[in-house]
Design a protein around this ligand. Structure first.
Ligand code: OAD
Length: 247
């Protein structure tokens, strides 16, 4: 059973905090919700009126490239119209006091970077970049919002969104695992922890490391670790945390 916190100072006073400790912040769709980007599982299991597997799987890409490209073009257009929220800004503040702070995000938006965060690892890819469907790992910036059939890499292969879809490997997972296994405090924000292997990162923290979940709903994840749940939106939870960590 996760322990519910009524007050964040209960946890911070109990943790050995100094400015050298390594903090990892693991974020999900709830982190960007207050910027106006919808989460995946909060609307009857539909994401912007689509079943996830219709648009975010490798099978969907093989079935209907035009539909998938169009869907991600819409997401990119939306991203260009929103901005980072107070939660993103609070994390940037925290980075000033804790230079080792590392964000690992499942989000494909660039709101952490646009807020000014330095260390951001994207587990599920990035909306504003593309990669080739041919050989090679190279990533290309997308100029504007559109990626269409006929857009090719220098070797002539169709470009695809640089997103890790269901049914694909997660190339950044090893690096994320290494960061999480060495951290002194893991802060998890706005994720249902229902997608693997991302959610399994929580299993790799050391036995002494506290895990703080900031989410209005209690994520379904249960582990034997020291997990504390603070029921709050990202902006409120992170602003309060920044105030306590950097008085
Ligand atoms: P989900 O949609 O599964 O979960 C969103 C979480 O955010 C839920 O736990 C909500 O309670 C919480 N939430 C909603 N509003 C919030 C707010 N204002 N502040 C804080 N939390 C809030 O999204 P993820 O867990 O991120 O992958 O989904 C994981 C992956 O599933 C995504 O990266 C995506 C999807 O398939 C890909 O697209 C590859």
């Amino acid at each position: 059973m996760n322990r519910r916190l009524n007050n964040l100072s209960e946890l911070i006073n109990r943790s050995a905090i100094n400015h050298e400790i390594s903090i990892v912040v693991f974020t999900g769709a709830g982190m960007s919700a207050e910027s106006g980007i919808s989460t995946f599982r909060d609307q009857n299991g539909l994401w912007e009126n689509h079943k996830l597997e219709e648009v975010a799987s490798i099978e969907a890409w093989h079935r209907n490239r035009a539909l998938v490209l169009d869907f991600y073009n819409q997401r990119r257009r939306q991203l260009l119209q929103v901005k980072p929220n107070k939660g993103h800004e609070a994390l940037v503040e925290m980075e000033k006091g804790f230079p080792n702070l590392q964000v690992i995000t499942q989000n494909v938006d660039d709101l952490h970077e646009r807020a000014g965060q330095t260390n951001v690892l994207h587990l599920h890819g990035q909306l504003r970049t593309s990669r080739s469907t041919g050989p090679g790992e190279e990533v290309y910036d997308i100029d504007g919002s559109e990626l269409t059939l006929g857009d090719t890499c220098p070797n002539g292969f169709q470009l695809r969104p640089n997103i890790v879809w269901f049914g694909e490997m997660v190339p950044a997972f090893e690096e994320a695992l290494s960061l999480v296994s060495q951290c002194d405090l893991l802060i998890v924000v706005g994720t249902s922890l229902s997608v693997y292997p991302a959610a399994s990162l929580l299993d790799y923290v050391s036995a002494q490391t506290n895990i703080l979940l900031i989410d209005p709903n209690e994520p379904s994840f249960r582990g034997s670790k020291r997990i504390y749940h603070f029921p709050a939106k990202a902006s409120r939870g992170l602003m309060e945390l920044a105030r306590l960590l950097m008085p």
